[in-house]
Design a protein around this ligand. Structure first.
Ligand code: ADP
Ligand code: MG
Length: 293
C-alpha cells in the first residue's frame, strides 16, 4: 500500500471524528471479521444512577448508603460515581475513606468510620472472607433479571446490602451494531458484569453473542482465543479494564470520552464516543484500501 493514499484516509478519518495513531493500522481494519464490544461506557452511556439500596435483617438503607458513598468516593468507576452522587444528594456530603483499594473488574475496599467496607462482585467478597446471606443473592438476581447492575455491600465481614444501579444503552448503539452486521462483521458483547445484565443489554443493542463475568485479564484471554480461532478481531472499549484487551486485539478502538489508559492502548480513537464512528472507520479503511489496490 502506498503511504500517501493511507494518509489521505487518515485525514478523512479525522473529519469523521476518528483519530488514527499510525496510518499503517488502517490495513488491519480491512480484514476484521469480529468486533468485540465492552458493555459499560461503550455500548451503554456508562452514566449510571443508583436505582435502589436493598438491605437485609433490618439494616437501615441510609447506613448502607453512607458507608458505600464514602468508600466509592475514592473510585472513578461508573458504579462508584452513581453511588457517591446519590449519597451526596441524600446527606450533603460523604465521609472519609482510609486504606482504599480498587480491584479492577471486581470492586473496592477500604475503611470507613472504623468499619472494613467492601463493595463489588461476590467473588471479591468471597476473597475477603465475607459471609453473604442467601436472601441477598436473591435480591441481586431480581435486580439483574430486570437488566440492572447489582453489587454487594459488606462491612465487618458480613454482606448487608445490594446496591442496584441502572445504565442506559446509547441511542446510537443498536443502529451501529446493525451496520456492523451489514458490513459482514460479527459483534460480541464482553463485560465484567453479570450474565443476566449482559443478556439484557445485548438484546437491546442487537448483540446475540455475549461473554459475561470476565475480569480484565480474562478479557485479554477472550481476545487471544478468538484470534487463535483464526478470527481477525477489533475490540472497542473505554475503561482502564479494557486497555490490555485493546492492545491484544488486531485493532483496538477507544471511546474518546473514555479513560486515558484505553486511548493510549488503542490504535484508533472514536472522538464522538459513539459506535457509529466505528462503523465509519471500518468503512473508510475499506474504501481507502480499495483505492490503493
Ligand atoms: P465492564 O466490563 O462492564 O466495563 P468492569 O470490568 O469495570 O465492567 O467491572 C466489572 C464488575 O466489577 C462490575 O459490574 C461490578 O460488579 C464490579 N466493580 C468494579 N468496580 C467497582 C466499583 N468501584 N464499585 C462496585 N463494583 C465494582
Ligand atoms: Mg467499560
Amino acid at each position: 500500500a502506498t503511504p500517501t493514499a493511507l494518509l489521505v484516509g487518515t485525514g478523512r478519518g479525522a473529519q469523521l471524528g476518528v483519530l488514527v495513531k499510525g496510518p499503517e493500522m488502517l490495513e488491519s481494519t480491512r480484514r476484521v471479521d469480529t468486533v468485540v464490544l465492552d458493555k459499560t461506557g461503550t455500548v451503554t452511556t456508562g452514566k449510571m444512577t443508583l436505582a435502589g439500596v436493598k438491605t437485609v435483617d433490618g439494616v437501615p438503607p441510609d447506613l448502607a448508603l453512607q458507608l458505600a458513598g464514602a468508600l466509592e468516593s475514592a473510585s472513578e468507576h461508573p458504579i462508584a460515581v452513581a453511588v457517591t452522587d446519590a449519597a451526596r444528594r441524600r446527606f450533603g456530603d460523604v465521609g472519609q475513606v482510609r486504606e482504599f483499594r480498587a480491584v479492577a473488574g471486581y470492586g473496592v475496599l477500604g475503611r470507613v468510620d472504623g468499619h472494613r467496607v467492601v463493595v463489588g462482585r461476590p467473588e471479591l467478597l468471597q476473597k475477603m472472607s465475607v459471609r453473604v446471606p442467601s436472601a441477598l443473592f436473591k435480591v441481586k438476581q431480581q435486580a439483574e433479571r430486570a437488566g440492572n447492575t447489582a453489587v454487594l455491600l459488606a462491612w465487618d465481614g458480613f454482606a448487608h446490602a445490594v446496591l442496584v444501579v441502572a445504565d442506559t444503552v446509547k441511542p446510537t448503539s443498536a443502529p451501529a451494531v446493525f451496520q456492523l452486521r451489514r458490513l459482514g462483521l460479527t459483534p460480541v458483547l464482553l463485560t465484567g458484569d453479570n450474565e443476566a445484565v449482559a443478556q439484557s443489554i445485548g438484546q437491546e443493542a442487537g448483540i446475540t453473542e455475549v461473554i459475561a463475568g470476565v475480569s480484565p485479564e480474562q478479557k485479554v484471554e477472550v481476545i487471544a482465543d478468538l484470534k487463535a480461532q483464526g478470527r481477525v478481531v477489533a475490540m472497542i472499549g473505554d475503561g482502564v479494564n479494557d486497555a490490555a484487551a485493546l492492545a491484544t486485539a488486531d485493532l483496538g478502538l477507544a471511546i474518546g470520552t473514555g479513560t486515558d489508559a484505553a486511548i493510549e492502548a488503542a490504535d484508533l480513537t472514536l472522538v464522538r464516543g459513539d459506535l457509529m464512528a466505528a462503523v465509519d472507520a471500518i468503512r473508510l479503511s475499506r474504501r481507502t484500501l480499495a483505492t490503493i489496490k
